[in-house]
Design a protein around this ligand. Structure first.
Ligand code: SAM
Length: 273
């Protein structure tokens, strides 16, 4: 499985639970190749993956929506955007910068332009940037993105990406964020805590990735401790929760007995000081 395929899988998960994800546009990306992958993942990794990813989307949807409502618009900067569709879920006074690897960005822009032209999507102010976080330097990324930010304040989202990066790139990205943002701007980030490495479900996830790695795509399996978020230069940790806790609010009918039985991702909201 290529990293890019994970973006299709997650978008399809969101389409399974529109009421929870609040994303009626996710289904536009559904396709037979991705549909064929999902039953195996739900069976052999965890049956809760689709609902948990929908909960994750809902969390960020609520956070960014209330931020932009309070500020009467601004810019959403989506690092590793994949096929997420927040840009259409926000009010039209919100501009968006979509950042990902070149092949995702090229394909996404082409599909979005076509669906917008045919009225399947509402019109939004969207800019695209093809960036490989690993290959480019902090300065190169900042120089590329700074001119694209036309409206303030900004909300940066880094969702479903850190798992695939190493520590060096992670630290670089947070320095980029510090450079791009002003006081009181927000970052939303997702990661696994290191304790998950001892759970059976996480071992099943790694086994799945390893046994389906039919490409030369090498990627990390990064987990991140809370202390990382408590010590980021230029940021204060404002809010922290996890999918298990959020499932009680957004999916009370999904009976998850124990948080160690699921791939429980943690979500962090950081405020630029
Ligand atoms: C699991 S998907 C998540 C997509 C989206 N954020 C979401 O939650 O639906 C991970 C995304 O990170 C992107 N990504 C991974 N490593 C990257 C890198 N080094 N540079 C740029 N993008 C990267 C992938 O291309 C992919 O779109």
């Amino acid at each position: 499985m290529q990293i890019q395929e994970t973006a299709f899988v997650i978008s399809t998960y969101r389409s399974y639970h529109e009421g929870i994800s609040k994303d009626p546009y996710a289904k536009l990306w559904n396709n037979p190749a991705t549909d064929a992958l999902i039953p195996d993942i739900l069976k052999n990794v965890s049956e809760y993956e689709a609902v948990l990813h929908s909960i994750r989307n809902r969390f960020f949807y609520e956070e960014m929506n209330s931020f932009f409502e309070a500020h009467n618009g601004g810019t959403l900067i989506n690092f590793g955007a994949g096929f997420s569709m927040y840009q259409f879920l926000m009010n039209k006074n919100v501009s968006t910068i979509e950042i990902d690897k070149k092949d995702i960005i090229t394909y996404k822009k082409e599909r979005i332009d076509s669906w917008t032209a045919t009225g399947k999507l509402p019109k939004r102010d969207i800019q695209y940037a093809a960036v490989n976080f690993t290959n480019l330097s902090e300065e190169e990324i900042v120089v590329m993105l700074t001119p694209l930010i036309k409206k303030k304040p900004t909300f940066i989202v880094l969702e479903g990406v850190l798992f695939f990066l190493d520590q060096h790139t992670t630290h670089k990205l947070f320095r980029v964020f510090k450079n791009l943002q002003n006081s009181r701007d927000l970052v939303g980030s997702v990661s696994y805590i290191p304790e998950i490495e001892n759970t059976k479900v996480y071992k099943r996830l790694l086994y799945y990735f390893d046994s389906h790695n039919d490409t030369n795509d090498s990627f990390m399996h990064q987990t991140t401790p809370h202390s990382f978020y408590e010590n980021i230069d230029g940021y204060q940790l404002k809010h922290h929760t996890d999918e298990f806790e959020l499932s009680k609010i957004y999916a009370p009918d999904s009976i998850i007995e124990d948080k160690t039985h699921i791939l429980n991702e943690h979500m962090y909201i950081l405020r630029r000081v």
